[in-house]
Ligand binder design. Structure first.
Ligand SMILES: Cc1ncc(COP(=O)(O)O)c(C=O)c1O
Length: 397
């Protein structure tokens, strides 16, 4: 089919018409179990009644006023995020990349405000993904996203994941911050060990650097804690979140301590749409559910169940799945077959999963999944692996 859209995406040939919880219904009526959640976005599944109510009732009152005026629902959401985290202040944006842009600018401005504008460099880690703006592709350091777009934005030094020597060598008099995802999502569900996060915190304290965490994919309950870094006991100075925080409505946030945000004075940063009344209404509604008693325990229970059942699928299909990675409801299957082949075969079983780097497929279901959704997903993953084994046998004959 010819399309008027810029061909930057390799889209699967399915269009969905509506969703209900963890299920999506295609235009031809076929139902798919959604274990991708729009790449970790639909944290509460599709058409969650509380979110629908929040969005539609706000839509009847007021959509947008700009940040030239006070936005009470934004004040409320900011305060709730501050109360629930390490942070003292919040800046709302519309996406993960924009939340990271705010984080990067804030880290640089912190040093400028302290009399050290030369400290603007940020150390990042191989396998990272921080977004697709010019600064965030430089931060992510993946050549395939950088090539052809002119000079790479200066100020990002990348070190191999887990290589302490390289990290120490990269920290110099111009270094402002370290920036890391507690679990690399696009990079293939690679968890940063808690002791490494603690070491990064100590290095930051020793060298006067800010620790920036990108929780765009890992945040808002996905690991069974509100934010993934909480598992390590380490707190960042600056953190970005997006995806799940809007439950499907475009929303990002940069959270920071007052100290880290000291340079961000009136007029130093801004956005037209960020934090608008629609986004704030939905953001507050998402938090109502995620912060309710027992919700994160539910995420942990479903995550454990899923991981246990996947372990027996892996045992049954040794030539297909070689490793299970991740925490709670951000899981990765490291594969011996091509991850895009697996994703397409899973789609034939009416299960949606998402490829990632390192030949992994990600399972990022809505956090509201039930035991029967878990059982159904496991059955379909088992069938997908069986289907691929049969294809491999057929090709060998
Ligand atoms: C860890 C991380 N950071 C940043 C981003 C970019 O977010 P967005 O696509 O909303 O700009 C993503 C998106 O996948 C991500 O996973």
């Amino acid at each position: 089919m010819t399309s008027a859209l810029l061909p930057t995406y390799a889209r699967a040939p399915i269009a969905f018409e509506r969703g209900e919880g963890a299920w999506l219904v295609a235009r031809d009526g076929r139902r798919y179990l959604d274990f991708g959640a729009g790449i970790a976005v639909n944290a509460l599944g599709h058409a969650h009644p509380h979110l629908v109510e929040a969005l539609t009732s706000q839509a009847q009152k007021l959509w947008h006023t700009s940040n030239l005026f006070e936005i009470p629902e934004g004040e409320r959401l900011g305060q709730r995020l501050v109360d629930a985290t390490f942070a003292d202040v919040a800046f709302f944006a519309n996406s993960g990349a924009e939340a990271n842009e705010a984080a990067i600018k804030m880290a640089r401005k912190y040093h400028a405000a302290g009399g050290h504008p030369e400290r603007f460099r940020i150390v990042t880690f191989e396998g990272a993904f921080h977004g697709r703006t010019l600064a965030t592709i430089a931060a992510g350091g993946q050549q395939k996203y950088i090539d052809g777009f002119g000079p790479k934005v200066d100020g990002f030094d990348q070190v191999p994941f887990g290589d302490r020597e390289a990290l120490l060598a990269a920290i110099g008099p111009e270094t402002a911050a370290l920036m890391i995802e507690p679990i690399q999502g696009e990079g293939g569900i690679r968890t940063v060990p808690p002791e490494m996060l603690r070491d990064l915190r100590a290095l930051c304290d020793e060298h006067g650097l800010l620790l920036v965490m990108d929780e765009v994919q890992t945040g808002v309950g996905r690991t069974g804690r509100l934010f993934a870094h909480e598992w390590s006991g380490v707190t960042p100075d600056i953190m970005s979140a997006a995806k799940g925080i809007g439950g499907g409505f475009p929303l990002g946030v940069c959270l920071a301590t007052a100290e880290a945000a000291r340079g961000m004075t009136a007029g130093s940063h801004g956005t037209t749409f960020g934090g608008n009344p629609l986004a704030m209404a939905v953001g507050n509604a998402v938090l109502d559910v995620v912060l309710a008693d027992g919700f994160l325990d539910h995420v942990l229970r479903m995550g454990l169940l899923l991981k246990q059942q996947l372990a027996s699928v892996m045992d049954r299909h040794p030539g297909i799945i070689s490793e299970i990675r991740g925490t709670a409801l951000i899981l990765g299957l490291k594969l011996d077959v091509l991850n895009t082949t697996f994703t397409a075969a899973a789609r034939d079983e009416h299960l949606l999963v998402i490829p990632a780097g390192d030949n992994v497929v990600r399972l990022l279901p809505p956090l509201i999944i039930t035991e029967s959704d878990v059982a159904e997903a496991v059955k379909r993953i088992d069938a997908t692996a069986g289907r691929l084994e049969a294809q491999m046998r057929g090709a060998a004959e």
